[in-house]
Design a protein around this ligand. Structure first.
Ligand SMILES: [Zn+2]
Length: 281
């Protein structure tokens, strides 16, 4: 079972998973040569590397906050085979394990609206999955999702966000914003313009969900940005602005796609960058 809970100050944070999937290793590691990335992310016979989509449940002050909702589940057989989707567990089985139903979620944070992150925003009936939640999204991201172009269109599936918009459940924010006392979203541009991450501060402890600024722990070297990133140099700058802060604060980092490790910390290394050190069980 994937789910693991940790305490961050007054909050309880649980890493859930919506299953495994696979993406082209070259696209995941941009200009990094295969001989280097294949050591940390061994590819399959189709050159794909294993990933997960790991939503976080943050329980704070009696509220349930879900960061990411899951991988889109209505793409059909061909789509699921292309992505090697393997739902060994789901966001719903993870919530149930904590005694929660979708109606118990008070806040959804959409780091961005790509289908591998917000795929379970809506259900098979086309309606919002979390009817009692406000869905927090950046204005820039909602605009870009509603106005896709040839380079980003494949990442957006309108049925995962248009019904949320029509139901009036989006809470659209611009820039840094407090979601609950101690819990904020911060812009992390680079993967796209409107991506946001999540920062939880409680009792002197810090937890960060960096969205696709740091998709997995294998991506921790500064220049290991993805071919998928629309603005790779911006991504590099955002990393250089935030990684040192997160390391200095001793923040627990919960990446959205690591296939094995739910929680880690960034530790400075001798090369001027950072290593990811898994949080001990
Ligand atoms: Zn992603």
């Amino acid at each position: 079972m994937w789910s693991r809970s940790i305490r961050v100050g007054e909050a309880v944070v649980t890493s859930l998973t919506d299953g495994r999937f696979r993406l082209d290793g070259g696209a995941m590691f941009g200009v990094v040569p295969r001989v280097l990335w294949s050591r940390v992310a061994p590819p399959d016979e189709s050159n794909r590397v294993e990933l997960r989509l790991n939503p976080l449940l943050i329980q704070l002050g009696g509220r349930n906050v879900l960061v990411e909702t899951g991988f889109w589940d209505r793409g059909g057989e061909k789509f699921e085979a292309m992505y090697g989707l393997d739902r060994d567990e789901s966001v719903f089985s993870g919530l149930r394990g904590l005694g929660l139903e979708p109606g118990d979620v008070d806040v959804v944070i959409n780091t961005h609206l790509h289908f591998d992150h917000c795929g379970r925003n809506t259900g098979a009936d086309g309606r919002p999955t979390f009817p009692n939640a406000r869905y927090v999204v950046q204005a820039q991201e909602l605009y870009d999702a509603m106005h896709p172009h040839e380079r980003n269109r494949a990442s957006y599936v309108p049925e995962t966000f248009v019904p949320v918009l029509e139901a009036g459940l989006f809470e659209v924010v611009e820039g840094e914003a407090e979601v609950l006392p101690g819990l904020s979203v911060v812009p992390l541009p680079g993967h796209n313009l409107g991506q946001q991450g999540v920062v939880l501060r409680s009792g002197g402890e810090v937890l960060v969900q960096p969205a696709d600024l740091l998709p997995s722990l294998a991506h921790v070297p500064f220049s290991w940005v993805m071919g998928y990133d629309l603005y790779p140099v911006t991504c590099l700058e955002t990393r250089k602005a935030w990684f040192p802060r997160w390391a200095q604060e001793g923040a627990v980092v919960a990446t959205p796609h690591d296939p094995r490790v739910p929680f880690a910390r960034l530790v400075p290394n001798a090369k001027g960058g950072f290593d990811a050190v898994p949080l001990e069980e």
